[in-house]
Design a protein around this ligand. Structure first.
Ligand SMILES: Cc1cc2nc3c(=O)[nH]c(=O)nc-3n(C[C@H](O)[C@H](O)[C@H](O)COP(=O)(O)O)c2cc1C
Length: 299
């Protein structure tokens, strides 16, 4: 059976599947062997611990999820002391997602992480809609994305993946800025802005009002973003946005993604990523096609 191995930046993946940052923690190891995944992606880590936003910060909608978690995480040092050790137990690539408030802070984080063992790549989260003065404040500006990427890629030998927001006028221009800055790959998309109202209370359902929208409802939007970016860049794309099954994953690959991530669907069915890996193998076998030939094969 075709094993669907891929090359993503400087990494070799045993299959093209990972999990979207913030939707999948180490507790999933109780359900299946995480070494089965092509890569593991951590929740976004920031220089200092973050409590995140106050509840209500998750709201279910008809076709997806609204969240305003606000990058809750234990901070860089605690991550290195605890979670990083645990992640190293798995025989797969480790992508550490990071965010910070200044370019200098990003560089300091990379320098600190670069001297640890077991990290294969950094996903640079410049696209979180739920925090002020970081995240999306970087990812909506071409010059900043270029400068940040250039500086990061000049201090590390590891694979650098820039995670893009769809909440921009031209995602192609931001993608090109990251590529020009030396990015090894791109991840897209982060959540879209969304909100919901409790009509009885006539109040916003999320305490923060506006949050990030994810899940099946955003799939067509994510797909066209991936397709558009794939037309203009030469670096690999890690696609995410409403992927719930193998058909969804295949659409993203055929549109130009080299790898895919399961996000919100992990909350519905924690085995989705494993099912997609198997489904891709079956598809390639049945269609007598090598997985790598499928990438961007839309006619
Ligand atoms: C509860 C929740 C937390 C998230 N936390 C992060 C995060 O820490 N860092 C990040 O880059 N993206 C985060 N995301 C965005 C996802 O990684 C992904 O880009 C987005 O949800 C689209 O994929 P999906 O529709 O498959 O969930 C989060 C999404 C959800 C639903």
């Amino acid at each position: 059976m075709n094993k669907c191995e891929i090359q993503f930046g400087k990494m070799k993946w045993k299959n093209p599947l990972t999990v979207a940052s913030g939707t999948f923690g180490l507790e999933y190891a109780e359900l299946f062997d995480l070494s089965l995944l092509g890569a593991l992606t951590t929740k976004t880590i920031t220089p200092k611990p973050k409590k995140g936003n106050k509840p209500q910060r998750i709201v279910e909608t008809e076709v997806g999820l609204l969240n305003s978690i606000g990058l809750q995480n234990p901070g860089l040092e605690e991550f290195i002391k605890t979670d990083l050790q645990k992640y190293q137990e798995f025989d797969t690539n480790l992508i550490v997602s990071i965010s910070a408030s200044t370019i200098d802070e990003f560089i300091k984080m990379i320098e600190r992480l670069d001297i640890q063992t077991g990290i294969d790549a950094y996903e640079i989260n410049v696209s979180c809609p739920n925090v002020e003065n970081e995240g999306i404040a970087f990812g909506t500006n071409e010059e900043i994305v270029f400068e940040l990427t250039r500086k990061i890629t000049s201090v590390t030998e590891k694979t650098v993946i820039i995670k893009l927001t769809p909440n921009v006028t031209s995602i192609e221009n931001i993608a090109l800025a990251a590529q020009k800055g030396g990015a090894d790959g791109l991840a897209l998309i982060n959540t879209l802005y969304g909100m919901a109202i409790d009509v009885d209370a006539r109040k916003l359902k999320l305490r923060n009002g506006i949050g990030g929208y994810s899940g099946p409802g955003i799939k067509p939007i994510a797909l066209q973003n991936v397709y558009r970016v794939a037309q203009v860049v030469a670096i690999p794309i890690l696609a995410m946005g409403g992927i719930s099954n193998v058909q969804d994953a295949l659409e993203f690959v055929i549109a130009g993604a080299t790898a895919v991530a399961v996000g919100t669907q992990n909350f519905v069915n924690p085995f989705t990523s494993i099912e997609v890996i198997r489904g891709l193998e079956v598809y390639c076998h049945q269609h007598s096609v090598d997985f790598n030939e499928l990438i961007g094969s839309i006619t």
